[in-house]
Design a protein around this ligand. Structure first.
Ligand code: 6GU
Length: 225
């Protein structure tokens, strides 16, 4: 499986690439490649962005720069890259990312385009299969969003997480019927007077199961209650 990431800040992915499940995926043949738009720009002085037509604040990543990077990486017409893989643009205007989409994106080769500044020229829509946001708020760039997406996608790759039960039981996964995981405790059994629920220490597996089932979907209340 190929995972190609296009970014102006490849260094931002160094920590991510070292995560245990990502390193494990690499051993299983997942080929993570980071591409710097700036290395492929056809413009002088490494220029990658420009002012928006119609005026307004900020700078927009140029479509010719994005195309040049895709062409160099895949050695084909940039508009054809989407014929063989999902091509995801990360943008706050995209469809909200969730567990089901993570599962879909893990099923084959994946190409991820990070935006910066005010985003990528809208004509990037000619190149992508998906436009994805990680939530209803605006980040300065797509790099953190890409790592959120890739972290979740790599977890779905068979063998990337050593204990498969750990992925099957993830919050929001079909294994939990889309629910959140139950609460977890570990030693000490009591600390500062804060006790672990007695049922978890009882050794009664059926009772533990029942207790956990009752606590699925224990969504935390927001500040407003
Ligand atoms: Cl994918 N990008 C940016 N810049 N902001 C976001 C986002 C993406 N998802 C939520 N906010």
């Amino acid at each position: 499986m190929r995972l190609d990431v296009f970014t102006l800040f490849p260094d931002a992915f160094a920590w991510f690439a070292q995560q245990v499940h990502v390193a494990r995926a690499a051993e299983l043949g997942v080929d993570l490649r980071l591409w710097d738009y700036r290395s492929f720009t056809p413009l002088r002085h490494g220029q990658v962005d420009d002012a928006p037509y119609g005026g307004g604040a900020g700078m927009v990543l140029r479509i010719d720069v994005v195309c040049a990077a895709l062409e160099a990486a895949f050695r084909c017409d940039p508009a054809r890259v989407a014929d063989t893989r999902r091509v995801v643009e990360l943008t706050p205007r995209g469809r909200q990312f969730d567990d089901a989409l993570a599962r879909e994106l893990a099923a084959g080769d994946l190409c991820v385009l990070c935006g910066r500044y005010e985003g990528i020229d809208e004509r990037v829509s000619q190149l992508v299969t998906d436009r994805v946001s990680i939530g209803p708020y605006v980040l300065a760039g797509g790099e953190i969003a890409a790592q959120v997406l890739l972290d979740a996608v790599v977890r779905k790759i068979d063998g990337a997480v050593s204990n498969p039960d750990s992925v099957a039981g993830d919050s929001f996964s079909p294994g939990l019927g889309g629910s959140l995981e139950y609460p977890q405790y570990t030693r000490p059994a009591e600390f500062r007077g804060w006790a672990v629920p007695a049922v978890l220490l009882s050794g009664d597996h059926a009772a533990v199961e029942r207790w956990r089932r009752e606590r699925l979907d224990g969504r935390e209340r927001s500040g407003q209650g």
